[in-house]
Design a binder for this molecule. Sequence first.
Ligand code: IMP
Ligand code: MG
Length: 176
Amino acid sequence: MIRLHDLYFEPFISEEKIQKAISEIAVKINRDYKDKTPVFMGVLNGAFRVASEVISKFEGDCEVLFVKLKSYEKTASTGKVETFIGLDVDLKDREVVVIEDIIDTGNTLESLDSLLKNKNVKNYKIATLFFKPEAYTKHHKIDYIGMEIPNDFIVGYGLDYDGLGRNLSQIYKLKK
Ligand code: IMP
Ligand code: MG
């Protein structure tokens, strides 16, 4: 068991299982993007590890881009602001592969969806290491899913609890 801030977490998914899930995603992406030059778009901060691994396993030419997303930043006026850092790049007619650490409600995904449509990309697909089907409220298709998990709060492999836990190489879940 480990402690981060005030909470306790117990081991949940081994490093071996994570590596297997990442390899499976990489195999599919290599197959689908053979002889194309995709733009991999990692979503910071959480996806830094999975993006690095998936991109390292890509065998063709590709470009790499990281974006940082802040959803639901409260302001007095609107109550909802979305800030995108790193998207001052021309993606017109490009084939984009978004790489996420986890898709939970799908709110972040929805923001990315409208963003990429505005960028006039040729097409884009979504890859995520973890997916919580019970929490998902959207209908957008998720193209590459490493692992489906129950609706538990997890940390490790890029995922944090209030800033801590991203460095852990296995996944821990909140101890109830
Ligand atoms: P969504 O917009 O609800 O799909 O969730 C997106 C973001 O919430 C993820 O990219 C994570 O940063 C964070 N998140 C969702 N579930 C977890 C979790 O179990 N642990 C840590 N962060 C999470
Ligand atoms: Mg994230």
